[in-house]
Design a protein around this ligand. Structure first.
Ligand SMILES: [Zn+2]
Length: 198
């Protein structure tokens, strides 16, 4: 029988916090919220995640071509996005791309939506193609603690459609292991529960 050092409660706190359709957010943000970039003072992340994002962006000169689209959201903001999308796009689209209020990773302060700098910018589904600077960002992300949270082919596990623009800070070494092993957060948490690596 394997012995786990990760208690069940660990998934509700810290950088590995799991928020999805089955796990609603239960804890507040773990570090102060700060603007991710001076050009967008209202887009916030936890300071340690924002620092990691800016280190990555400096390395690839990312902010010249990529803009932050959405960071931390309060429950009220998530509710408004849900309601607005429902009215504008209908229930099928909204269920596919907008998390139910209380179940959005954006409420953790550890998630960021990024888009290619272009007009018009789609707030819910920003362009983040698999080429150029966006591909470079994706390749470097794990080395700075970020994962593509909702990859193609894992929709049944994450419960969310492929979102090439949504990145989640989980820290190192978690992001590197997940990228190397091709695991999404739900799978990785199951994996560490079954091992005594951490
Ligand atoms: Zn997002």
């Amino acid at each position: 029988m394997s012995v786990t050092k990760t208690s069940k409660d660990d998934i509700y706190s810290g950088d590995l916090i799991l928020v999805n359709a089955m796990h609603g957010i239960v804890s507040e943000v773990t570090s102060p919220l700060v603007p991710v970039h001076p050009s967008a003072p209202s887009i916030l992340m936890c300071s340690h995640a924002a620092d990691a994002l800016n280190r990555l962006m400096r390395e690839i000169d990312g902010w010249t071509s990529i803009v932050p689209v959405s960071g931390w959201r309060s429950r009220e903001e998530q509710q408004k996005i849900w309601d607005d999308s429902l009215e504008e796009n209908g229930i099928a689209f909204t269920r596919k791309y907008v998390a139910v209020p209380g179940h959005s990773e954006h409420q953790t302060g550890l998630a960021i939506d990024l888009g290619l700098r272009q007009e018009p910018l789609d707030f819910i589904c920003p362009a983040f193609p698999d080429s150029g600077i966006c591909r470079i960002f994706r390749e470097k992300a794990a080395g700075h603690g970020f994962i593509l949270r909702y990859p193609a082919g894992k929709e049944k596990i994450t419960g969310i459609a492929h979102e090439p623009w949504h990145f989640r800070y989980v820290g190192i070494p978690h992001a590197e292991i997940m990228a190397r092993e091709g695991l999404v957060l739900e799978e990785y948490i199951d994996f560490i529960r079954q091992t005594d690596l951490f």
